[in-house]
Design a protein around this ligand. Structure first.
Ligand code: PHB
Length: 360
């Protein structure tokens, strides 16, 4: 029944051996100081390299782009070096890995920003709730609205991160335009109240994300770049008055880039999804469609069989099941992940989840 998950499929430049992708997962375990990937992270990714493709945890493209303590970056030489160990480990196992490029925008705090300045966003609108800082949970602050002159700097941050990811040995990159971070803050009109060329109409709200796609595909070639979106998502206090118009337009504008894939967060932490819109976007988009959010082996196989998706990415199931594809293939039971060790900490709940057999 789940055989279709084990059929090969093209994803941009790569022919993947099966359809089970490891979704980006923030685990907040980089080495300090400097937010550097290190041996423990190498082992974590190495253990999970039976995924057809690993998409890394969201990775800060610049000090300004950081919003969560202990998350790794791709802007310093030490970070690039650290990631080299990770890509080497995954490649040794014959798998592929894309880096997820992340700028959090307003989902940050001045205590995490260089020189303690306010985080930046399209508009000076505060997110509800609290942010995880080095001093514990603190309320979000009202961000500073970016000046129009700063847009080229934001695009340059993505371009440089894309160059750095290449140096670190990745097979491609994913542009994170989902889940309430900077690029989605531009796309959705609840957070973008700008009156210049970067806000207002849907064309204007899509401008910065599309400039980023142009810069990153210039570095990588379009067939090694994917984009992640979350049309139905409300995480991080997000809203949009017309998600169908916004995302139909955005995906239409992505088509000329011939991206490898569109990664759609259909549901996040149990949120509602707009199935009709997901299907519409799948039909409009000219590359592979990667579904994400709350899938199990049965629903993933059904989605692919019905032509709703080409790939399905699994997040939480990969935390406690490093050999998830083998387990699905064998029909073996899955282990439950412990939410108390999702973020931060040490090896516990990170690299100590057992494999199905003792072959490791
Ligand atoms: C998180 O750390 O909670 C997080 C990070 C990136 C996402 C979503 C959630 O896209």
């Amino acid at each position: 029944m789940e055989d279709i998950l084990f059929s090969p499929q093209q994803l941009g430049a790569y022919r993947l051996p099966h359809r089970i992708i490891m979704a980006p997962l923030t685990r907040s375990r980089s080495k300090q100081p400097g937010n550097i990937p290190w041996e423990m992270n190498v082992e974590y990714y190495r253990q999970r390299s039976s995924a057809a493709l690993i998409i890394t945890e969201a990775t800060n493209i610049s000090p300004q782009g950081m919003g969560y303590a202990l998350t790794p970056g791709i802007y310093s030489p030490d970070q690039i070096n650290g990631w080299k160990g990770i890509t080497r480990g995954i490649h040794k196992k014959g798998s592929k890995v894309f880096m997820q490029l992340w700028h959090v925008g307003r989902i940050s705090h001045s205590s995490l920003q260089p020189n303690g300045v306010l985080p930046v966003a399209p508009s000076a609108i505060r997110a509800e709730g609290k942010v995880f800082t080095n001093e514990g949970l603190q309320l979000f602050e009202t961000p500073r609205a970016l000046e129009i002159e700063e847009m080229t700097d934001i695009v340059d941050q993505y371009r440089q991160a894309a160059v750095n990811a290449k140096e670190a040995g990745f097979d491609g990159v994913e542009i994170h335009a989902a889940n309430g971070y900077l690029l989605e803050q531009f796309l959705k009109d609840g957070t973008n109240k700008r009156t210049d060329n970067y806000g207002g109409s849907v064309e204007n709200r899509c401008r910065l994300p599309l400039e980023v796609v142009a810069a990153v595909t210039e570095v990588w070639g379009s067939d090694k770049v994917g984009t992640r979106i979350s049309p139905s998502g409300t995480f991080n206090s997000m809203s949009d008055s017309n998600i169908e118009e916004t995302f139909t337009f955005f995906v239409e504008q992505l088509n000329p880039f011939n991206l490898a894939y569109l990664h759609v967060v259909e549901s996040f932490r149990g949120s509602h999804t707009n199935v009709a819109l997901n299907l519409k976007l799948r039909k409009i988009f000219n590359g592979a469609y990667m579904a994400n959010g709350g899938y199990n082996a049965q629903t993933a196989a059904k989605s692919i069989t019905n032509g709703y998706s080409d790939f399905v990415s699994f997040g939480i199931p990969f935390i406690a099941n490093p050999d998830l594809p083998e387990r699905i293939k064998a029909g073996a039971p899955l282990s439950e992940a412990d939410p108390s060790t999702y973020y931060g900490g040490n090896e516990k709940g990170y690299i100590d989840y057992p494999f199905m057999s003792t072959k490791e």
